[in-house]
Design a protein around this ligand. Structure first.
Ligand code: BG6
Length: 467
């Protein structure tokens, strides 16, 4: 039987915008998602999980169920409602109280500074396409490093630079809802990496006790067949989603192969990216100082060569079989393999997580340690008189935990796993209809109920044995 190490963190992950609610309380500034959701009318960011008021309950439950780490993000617009300028005392006080409560419950906080929620004022100004906003982000990060230095040891600059950039400029599922602009995708990813490098350099200069890292969404791309065309397509999609960011993070430059692929994708889509020498100097300086890498992993992809036009249909309804993802000059995602998938067409393939961890160890040997900062299964949970039998979620977590344990046995330094999500939160894809939590939430009453997976997780955390 596989067993996890003694000092392993069994955590739960959340994000401010998806958990807190209270978007109009505490002098919080608006974020672009507020307007986007109002215009689309899909769902409301309030009440979310009402974490703004319920966090003592969620942390008490965490302690009770063996959860000894929590990933939370700070809402930038609670600290600086306009993104910069005068800090907001109510926001600062809220996070002091929250972090203190984590320690009271022996739950180690891992704090993300940016989880998809740039303040609206800066977003309207071009978000990370505008270099001035890099400076605003770094100032906000520095403020937090100083203000919360006694309560926060683990810092994460960004959550998932690739999904946020393609959501904004390729699939159009994130504000501002632009589609198929590959130049903007690469520019946004590059500029966010510059912001990461700058924030990391500032953090190290402060000599605060603590560690800093970044969270990337890293999902393995496999060729659909053994043909050279499919192998090439899978490689191009991997560069777009994984290698571009991993090179910048750990090599400190974009390798020749990476830039060749980037230029090929851009040429096929009439795009361009501006990379300055001074940016690369920052990467070279910062790449040695990432204390950890956070990996978010939900699925893997099988890619086939494709020579048609861009064509995407995002399955945001949980109607299995409705996803289409075809990228001009890259390839298309295939879904007809004998591999189980969720109702949202996410392939359940734990081998992909194992392969990614081994790849990090081999290709980026200067990584120091890894946390799985998100992994979990979106599921339409049934609530039966307070009993929530989510066996498919248990099977999902178990198989991915096994990948983690095997990777550790094979020499990868993995120090913790954070389940997405601690309690139910709304999903960017499907609002309140797609649940992930260990704790079920009745969103009308805000009552919490442990699911079957919560009892399973508790035993895992106590024994460290994956059964
Ligand atoms: C990750 C994000 O991309 O996936 C989370 O960091 C998100 O914020 C999670 O909720 C699941 O995705 P979705 O679209 O189901 O909410």
């Amino acid at each position: 039987m596989l067993k996890l190490p003694e000092d392993f963190i069994f955590g739960g992950a959340t994000a401010a915008y998806q958990a807190e609610g209270a978007t109009k309380e505490g002098n919080k500034g608006r974020v672009a998602w507020d307007t986007f959701l109002e215009e689309e009318g899909r769902f409301s960011p309030d009440p979310a999980s009402d974490f703004y008021h319920q966090y003592p309950v969620d942390l008490e439950l965490s302690e009770k169920f063996g959860v000894n780490g929590i990933r939370i993000s700070i809402a930038w617009s609670r600290i600086f409602p306009e993104g910069y300028g005068t800090p907001n005392p109510e926001g600062i006080e809220f996070y002091h109280n929250l972090f203190k409560e984590c320690h009271k419950r022996n739950v180690e906080p891992f704090i993300t500074l940016h989880h998809f929620d740039t303040p609206e004022v800066l977003h309207k100004d071009g978000d990370f396409l505008n270099k001035q906003n890099i400076e605003h982000f770094v100032n906000y990060a520095e403020f937090c490093f100083k203000e919360f230095k006694n309560e926060v040891y683990y810092w994460i600059t960004f959550n998932e630079i690739y999904p946020v950039s393609i959501g904004q400029y390729l699939t159009g599922t994130f504000p501002p809802g632009i589609r198929f602009d590959f130049g903007k995708v690469f520019q946004s990813m590059h500029n966010m990496m510059v912001a990461h490098a700058k924030a990391l350099i500032v953090f190290k200069s402060l000599n605060n006790p603590g560690e800093i890292g970044i969270v990337h969404s890293l999902e393995t791309r496999y060729p659909y067949t053994d043909s050279e065309e499919d192998k090439k397509a899978a490689h191009l999609d991997d560069v777009l989603a994984n290698k571009f960011l991993l090179d910048a993070t750990f090599k400190g430059y974009y390798s020749e192969d990476t830039m060749k692929c980037v230029n090929q994708i851009l040429a096929a889509n009439n795009g361009a990216v501006d990379i300055q020498d001074s940016d690369l100097e920052l990467f070279a300086k910062a790449c040695k100082d990432n204390d950890f890498l956070g990996i978010n992993s939900y699925q893997s992809s099988f890619i086939r060569a494709y020579d048609g036009e861009n064509d995407i249909h995002h399955n945001g309804t949980g109607e299995k079989g409705t996803s289409v993802f075809r990228l001009k000059g890259i390839g298309e995602k295939m879904f007809d393999m004998e591999i189980p998938r969720t109702d949202w067409d996410w392939l359940i393939y734990p081998e992909g997580l194992y392969d990614m961890m081994i790849r990090i160890k081999n290709d980026y040997p200067n990584y120091k340690k890894i946390y799985i900062t998100e992994n979990g299964m979106g599921y339409k949970d049934d609530f039966n008189d307070g009993v929530i039998d989510d066996q498919p979620r248990i099977d999902y977590i178990k198989s991915h935990m096994e990948s983690v344990a095997r990777a550790i046995e094979d020499g990868v330094n993995v120090k913790g796993y954070f389940l997405w999500s601690l309690m139910d939160v709304f999903s960017w894809s499907n609002g309140y209809n797609k649940r992930y939590g260990l704790f079920y939430i009745n969103f009308d009453t805000q009552e919490r109920y442990p699911k079957k997976s919560a009892y399973w997780f508790k035993e895992l955390a106590e024994t460290r044995e994956i059964k």
